[in-house]
Design a protein around this ligand. Structure first.
Ligand code: PMP
Length: 407
């Protein structure tokens, strides 16, 4: 695969070209959300400037244009994750919305008292709370796969938790707080031996790791557009056709029905059954450009570049005294989570910001994981394809300053 041309890539991201607190912006908060290339921004502009119309019901030209642009993204997503059929792609607001849809619809229909749902100790709150809510409602039990000191899932423990009681396994592909890549294929295969269905939280995988739902054989996959160079407000729930067809609607309203009377309504086919109301048309349309961007650069190139930066940064940051890293798994995406003894992460975040360096501090919506490590949060730098070694150097230089002042 061809090496990436970093200047060419950076030129596509207008937001990167600015001073923050009089210093060149170094944006390392990519696990929270990535920046958007010009082709995504232009697509939004074009949609609102030329094609804006409500979709699916209109026969006029703009409605047809908007509808076909919207449905083109569905096909692009199908191709992006190698789903067999485009009807298996449901547009949602994001990963959180996708998991809530699944828990509310599938969970409400199939879970009963005494059943079990398995998640891991490194889940994002959005892959914890929806399951807590439905388990509580159904008197089902939520069970947690333990995580070791390095931030790796205990696979043997997972296997021992599986039984005929387990109906759903819902785990993260790559951890947003630690960077750990989980053995999702093996997790899925084990669960299927007990006929449990498996949902993969692909929020942190979508822009770095291969997502092939047929190779994985996952039953459901959720991810967000905004973490893969696309707009906010659009996400995906992929589900196998037969499972989606058997699921009741999540929300009622326009678009999701086939016929409505005051006595009874019947449901539209998938995917529309799960897309009640006017969807987020513009952002769905622009998501296609984000996919085109990722495909053009190539995920292998993206992850290779990010891991080079990760390794380069780790080598330098490891030289600091009194530093502790969280998430040192063998298989990782480009996320570095750390703490200095006796320096509050917020102080680090603030000092770095004053040098134009954007990192995230806090629990990263994984409070139970932080509890496990007995900490309140970490400082997290997460890499994207447009980051550079010079930016890493800027981060290291301001960390040196932090240590001098607070250490
Ligand atoms: N899961 C993971 C692993 C995430 O990193 C995130 C976002 N930080 C989410 C779920 C939730 O995604 P969203 O906020 O886009 O719904």
């Amino acid at each position: 695969s061809t090496p990436i041309n970093i200047k060419e890539i950076r030129d596509q991201f207008p937001v990167l070209d600015q001073l923050v607190n009089n210093k060149p912006l170094a944006y390392f908060d990519n696990a929270a959300t990535t920046q958007k290339p010009k082709q995504v921004i232009d697509s939004l502009d074009h949609y609102y400037g030329r094609d804006n119309s409500n979709i699916h019901r209109g026969i006029h030209t703009l409605a047809e244009r908007a509808t076909s642009a919207f449905e083109d993204t569905r096909e692009a997503v199908r191709n992006f994750i190698n789903a067999p059929e485009k009807e298996e792609i449901i547009f949602t607001k994001g990963t959180t919305d996708s998991i809530n849809l699944l828990a509310s619809s599938y969970g409400r229909k199939y879970l009963k008292e005494g059943d079990e749902v398995i998640i891991s100790a490194m889940e994002h709150h959005s892959n914890i709370v929806p399951w807590q809510l439905i388990c509580e409602e159904k008197s089902a039990k939520l069970r947690i796969i333990p995580v070791n000191d390095k931030g790796e899932m205990d696979f043997e423990a997972y296997k021992s938790m599986l039984s005929d009681k387990v109906k759903i396994v819902s785990v993260v592909y790559a951890s947003n707080s630690l960077g750990t890549i989980n053995p999702v294929k093996e997790i899925i295969d084990e669960a299927h031996k007990y006929e449990a269905i498996v949902m993969i939280d692909g929020a942190q995988a979508a822009s770095h790791l291969p997502l092939d739902v047929q190779a994985l054989n996952c039953d459901f996959l959720a991810f967000s557009g905004h973490k893969m160079y696309g707009p906010t407000g659009v996400g995906i729930l992929y589900g196998k056709r037969e499972l989606l067809e058997a699921m009741p609607p999540y929300q009622g309203g326009g678009e999701m029905i086939s016929e409505v009377t005051f006595e009874k309504s019947s449901w539209n086919d998938i995917p529309y059954k799960f897309e009640a109301g006017t969807p987020n048309i513009a952002d769905v349309v622009a998501l296609k450009e984000a996919i085109a961007f990722v495909d053009k650069v190539g995920k292998e190139n993206i992850i290779r570049h990010e891991m080079e930066l990760h390794d380069y940064a780790m080598e330098k940051i490891s030289k600091f005294e009194n530093i502790k890293f969280y998430g040192t798994a063998a298989e990782k995406v480009g996320v570095i989570s750390f703490l200095f003894d006796n320096i509050h992460p917020f102080d680090i975040g603030q000092m770095l910001d004053s040098a134009g360096v954007a990192v995230r501090t806090g629990h990263h919506c994984t409070q139970p994981l932080m509890d496990l490590f007995n900490i309140e949060g970490t400082v997290r730098a997460s890499f994207a394809v447009y980051n550079t070694k010079e930016e890493v150097d800027a981060m290291i230089a301001s960390l040196e300053k932090v240590v001098k002042i607070f250490g």
